[in-house]
Design a protein around this ligand. Structure first.
Ligand code: AHG
Ligand code: MN
Ligand code: MN
Length: 320
């Protein structure tokens, strides 16, 4: 039998990746690991609940269920971080403002606790995205400035995909590693060590329903993908689309339009963390004109266009 390495063993083994680390960051990853298992359990039950309640009026029930899991995941991740102590404040998609813990923790976290929430009630993959920064302000409380650091300052970033299996993928700037949850023992095991993405692939992922709102360049690029007989794949859960393309090679695009020049996705807790993972795996991430991680954020919930995935494909999409 092959050796099994658990996420906790791996975290301890790699603690030295953080110069001067006191173990705080390792503990934080441990908090994410536990929250991920609980969300995974709840996400698995969501399909069952929707079936049971479906007869009572699908729209209401589906809407409620979806909202419940968004809020549930948000509360859970925040609770896990609060009890753990390394994080002093969190910015989440589900909270208008910064959530302070007042505990002197030296890190701040940004997160999308449940990504792809419109897919919960139809049994399609969803995810969680997180990003970790060192706090830079020195006062009693963390400030906006701590959260508006460019993505290049991320200490670590990761995502969890709740799909046909649950996987946690993260980087601390020393490559990307993926762990699959073995539900029979409730443990994340190292299944994808040293993940790299192919420089080129055959998949393009974009919401083509917006075709006529895109720029000529983006439309030309889509046409070209069709001429090249590439495969169109779009789940509508960024994490799941990104994860598939990372493994197989591909490009994910969520461009701006005349009406929404910054697209839909959020810089702090969607684009930046996935950009760090993409780059660490040998891929790239831009907003169509510059590197995502070089953007200087100005707002907590700022949106930005996103071109992410295999390097050659991102470059080609930008030139189109
Ligand atoms: P969230 O569920 O966190 O609000 O994110 C939804 C996002 C992202 O997951 C997905 O890629 C995108 O919305 C899909 O948007 P469209 O429906 O506009 O394609
Ligand atoms: Mn999202
Ligand atoms: Mn979300």
């Amino acid at each position: 039998m092959a050796d099994i390495k658990t996420l906790s063993e791996f975290i301890v083994e790699r603690q030295a990746d953080f110069p001067g680390a006191s173990g705080d960051l390792s503990q934080l990853l441990t908090a994410f690991r536990l929250a991920a298992k609980i969300v995974s359990r709840e996400a698995n039950k969501a399909g069952l609940m929707a079936d049971i309640l479906g007869a009572q009026g699908t729209e209401n029930v589906q809407g409620e269920q979806q909202q419940k899991l968004d809020v549930y995941a948000n509360d859970l991740f925040i609770r896990m971080m609060r009890t753990q102590g390394a994080v002093c404040a969190v910015a989440s998609e589900e909270n208008d403002d910064i959530v302070h813990f007042d505990n002197g923790g030296k890190y701040v976290v940004t997160m999308d606790p449940l990504d792809g929430s419109s897919n919960i009630d139809v049994n399609v993959s969803i995810g969680t995205i997180f990003s970790i920064y060192k706090r830079i302000s020195t006062g009693a409380k963390a400030t906006l400035e701590d959260f508006l650091q460019p993505g290049s300052e991320q200490v670590a970033a990761g995502y969890i995909v709740y799909g046909s299996s649950t996987m946690l993928v993260y980087t601390t700037g020393h490559g990307v590693n993926g762990f699959t949850l073995d539900p029979s023992i409730g443990t994340f095991c190292l299944s994808h060590p040293g993940m790299t993405t192919p420089p080129e692939g055959k998949i393009y992922s974009i919401n083509e329903g917006n075709f006529y709102d895109f720029s000529d360049g983006v439309r030309n690029y889509i046409d070209d993908c069709k001429k090249q007989k590439m495969s169109a794949r779009y789940i509508g859960s960024l994490v799941a689309d990104f994860h598939r393309n990372l493994l197989k090679g591909g490009v994910y695009l969520y461009p701006g339009t005349a009406k929404s020049p910054n697209g839909k996705l959020r810089l702090l807790y969607e684009a930046n963390p996935l950009a760090m993972i993409a780059e660490q795996a040998g891929g790239s991430a831009t907003n169509g004109s510059m590197r995502i991680m070089d953007m200087k954020p100005t707002e907590l919930h700022q949106r930005c266009p996103l071109f992410i995935g295999s390097k050659a494909m991102v470059e080609k999409a930008m030139k189109a």
